[in-house]
Design a protein around this ligand. Sequence first.
Ligand SMILES: N[C@@H](CCC(=O)N[C@@H](CS)C(=O)NCC(=O)O)C(=O)O
Length: 206
Amino acid sequence: MLTLYHCADARSLRALWCLEEMELDYELINLPFPPRVFAKEYKEINPLGTIPFLIDGETRMSESSGICHYLTQKYGPTDMALDVDHREYGSFLNWLYFSDATLTFPQTLVLRYTVLEPKERRLPQAAEDYAAWFSGRLRHVETALEDKEYLVADRFTIADIAIGYALHLAESLKPLKERLGPNARAYLARLQARAAFQRSQEKQKT
Ligand SMILES: N[C@@H](CCC(=O)N[C@@H](CS)C(=O)NCC(=O)O)C(=O)O
């Protein structure tokens, strides 16, 4: 049995969404955010205290895009992943890694300094600087979607889950939402309309 530790709309949504797209059996454990503070016992399961955390037998994973990749490789075959001999394999992997290392990283600083920190510790200048940084990186997504519905291979893949989550997070933060371009907005709406995405939104409420 696969077990996923999750917090609503946090990066673990990538893994939850992937589980739903693949229609796999799994146990979902919803935690309050941040679990480090509100579910201290969770550190006994994941010493990092971060989510997502996936348990599959002896396997333990804490990287959201890596979990999506693992699920498609281990529980595929699925059209949601590309094989190494696919012409766009490099691009596929690049989007997977780009999603968290390059896109979500500045977003989390905006989240922290506009929402998570107590009012007296908030830093509008830092939030503005990292929003601008995010904006520069987002241009890469906007351009890639110029004439495409999905990022690679003309079909929905986990690259879309990984990048789509970053856009979903951006939409929830005012300084980032206003920076989403028309291609990114239309793409995000397409992704959010997927039945599996909708189910993942429902499951995180339980
Ligand atoms: N690179 C990791 C980042 C995991 C991570 O930092 N998750 C955040 C939530 S989005 C977290 O658990 N924050 C709470 C904390 O650091 O205490 C991934 O892609 O999953």
